[in-house]
Design a binder for this molecule. Structure first.
Ligand SMILES: [Zn+2]
Length: 469
């Protein structure tokens, strides 16, 4: 009803609003006040929502913010041009990253926490989650901090200033304190020295940076976590009920990769991270992470009668257990780096994640890899370096090869005609490891390519685009 009313008023009023009394070279400006909408502003000036949106380059008319300056086109406003104040002029879309808080974003973008909350139709305190789509008003940041620090026992302003190598006076000023002010355990101090490009991580010391990719995370994909500490430390973590397998390099760079199951419900999940630094000092915090639906489709598969006995649990389950065991380990050596390459130059005939219906059965399974079409004998290539851990014939998967790429990342190659490698072989990216065939439970020559991360099958095509770790 509201939308219809906007359109009706919008088409009835603009002609009457033409030929306003103001100087046409001097557009009327309006500064958005609390509780105003584009509709209420359009009514006030006798123009339309669309006209204001067009004059100000507003793509989504739902998003205007308090303090935003709007050009009012072709209006007969009774107010003259208003003085321009140093207030936000636009909002930009933004996806919340780990370590973002309403306070850190407000300081980075030069607005107040209240303005940031209001621009998103929220009230303080705002519980952002990683992957949340918000808008950020564009203010005028004058003193962007480089970090936020939570005061620990024994800290003084002077000691915190020393820790970050900043002037105690500047530290006091940024936090509206005097240099002699006492500080309290848990008190948050903004550390001066950032600039407009600084990402301010609102995370507990000694954590100084944290990246998750991709954000938002998607069911059936690999989530990569990289955490950086200011001092040597170790990291542990829990996500979706499983411990993270963490690799630490140079004592301060902590990596984990996590396979999100394709049947994981979309929603927001807590990731609990604990950093242990010298003297067994433990610091724990929680990230709330959004996981999106992978929008995987569904397909039916018909198998000939003589193949159907291969669908019996007595055949499938021991083999599945064996493959699961072989693809769920964790090797500290990492063989992969950056993006991986395709294992076949054949056309992709079936994507990862597709829900599968065998001979009209229930839709309780999914395609756990990517299929490539190709003639029998066409080459199968290793997409990245690794060590061969399986090279043998299996009843369902046929001639199967599994490569361990390290850090809990494995790839598998099913239904091959020939296998050219043996268990223990070290392979390089691009090496021919076998040929395409139709062995095992297969309806014709093709390569089934599978990737597992942290014990979960994931979409390998993500690894063609996104460099890991
Ligand atoms: Zn397949």
């Amino acid at each position: 009803m509201t939308l219809l009313l906007v359109l009706a008023v919008g088409t009835a009023r603009p002609l009457a609003a033409q030929g306003g009394s103001g100087d046409p070279s001097q557009p009327t400006m309006h500064i958005v006040q609390a509780n105003e909408t584009l509709y209420s502003i359009a009514l006030q000036y006798g123009t339309t929502v669309d006209a204001i949106a067009a004059a100000n380059g507003i793509a989504d008319v739902r998003y205007i913010s308090i303090g935003q300056q709007l050009i009012i086109p072709g209006s007969e406003a009774t107010t003259g041009p208003v003085a321009l104040a140093p207030v936000p002029t636009s909002v930009i879309p933004y996806i919340v990253q780990p370590g973002d808080s309403v306070e850190s974003l407000a300081r980075q973008y030069g607005v107040t926490p209240t303005m940031l909350a209001a621009a998103n139709n929220m009230f303080l305190p705002v519980p952002f989650y990683v992957g949340q789509e918000i808008v950020v008003p564009q203010g005028n940041p004058t003193a962007v901090p480089q970090a936020v620090y939570a005061v620990r026992a024994g800290d003084t302003l002077g000691r915190v200033a020393l820790r970050y190598n900043v002037a105690a006076g500047a530290l006091a000023q940024l936090n509206d304190l005097s240099p002699s002010s006492p500080v309290f355990v848990g008190q948050r101090l903004w550390i001066p020295g950032g600039n407009r490009a600084t990402r301010v991580y609102d995370l507990p010391y000694p954590v100084i940076a944290c990246q998750l990719t991709p954000v938002p995370s998607i069911q059936g994909q690999t989530l990569s976590i990289h955490l950086q500490t200011a001092t040597p430390a170790t990291m542990t973590g829990m996500f979706m009920g499983y411990p993270l397998q963490v690799m630490t390099q140079d004592a301060t760079q902590h990596y984990a990769m996590f396979g999100i199951h394709t049947f994981a419900e979309s929603g927001t999940y807590p990731m609990l991270l604990t950093v242990t630094s010298a003297g067994d000092v433990r610091t724990s915090f929680e990230l709330r992470i959004r996981i999106d639906d992978g929008d995987y489709g569904a397909e039916g598969i018909s198998l000939a009668t003589e193949m159907q006995d291969l669908l019996q649990p007595v055949v499938i389950e021991p083999e599945t257990d064996y493959v699961t065991m072989k693809m769920s380990g964790f090797t500290a050596q990492r063989y992969f780096s950056g993006v991986v390459s395709l294992p076949s130059d054949g056309a992709i005939t079936s994507y990862f994640g597709t829900r599968r219906l065998y001979n009209g059965g229930v839709l309780d399974t999914y395609h756990s890899g990517v299929d490539f079409g190709g003639a029998t004998g066409a080459p199968v290539l290793a997409p990245a370096a690794g060590v061969v851990v399986v090279a043998e014939n299996l009843p369902v998967r046929g001639n199967a090869t599994i490569i361990d790429h390290g850090w809990g990342v494995y790839t598998g190659y099913w239904h091959q005609n020939e296998i050219y490698v043996a268990v223990g072989d070290v392979v390089t990216g691009g090496q021919v490891i076998g040929t395409i065939g139709s062995t095992g439970r297969s309806t014709g020559p093709h390569l089934h390519w599978e990737m597992w991360v942290s014990g979960v099958p994931v979409d390998p095509l993500q690894w063609l685009q996104q460099p890991f770790p």
